[in-house]
Design a protein around this ligand. Sequence first.
Ligand code: ZN
Ligand code: ZN
Length: 151
Amino acid sequence: MEHRIERIKKQLHAESYKLTPQREATVRVLLEREEDHLSAEDIYLLVKEKAPEIGLATVYRTLELLSELKIVDKINFGDGVSRYDLRKEGAAHFHHHLVCMECGTVEEIVEDLLEDVEKKVENQWQFQVKDHRLTFHGICRKCQQNNNEAN
Ligand SMILES: [Zn+2]
Ligand SMILES: [Zn+2]
């Protein structure tokens, strides 16, 4: 975890930002809960446990800064809530998501499934692709099993 904090610190420095204690507390929560897709309010409540003096506005500004610098990705799964997701280390693209429409679990696919699609877009539309988002909505394995048993 410490080397990832260091890396993020360097990324901030490269853009002339400092890793203030408030920003660090926010980054630590994101690292600790990397598998979760937390909203700004969720993150705020967790940061507050470590840094009680911190305000929601500060956490919000930090998250906006981190998403501008592409350290986190802001994502919306269609429930109207913005969630924040750490970009995987060294990842050139934003990982893909599988969202279950029944239980709401979110699974991640780190492998880039869209390389061929990107090439096609670049060739056919002369559009230089920098990133993409891909979310599949469907029914997870567990819910499929539960549905089968209920029938
Ligand atoms: Zn994710
Ligand atoms: Zn499910």
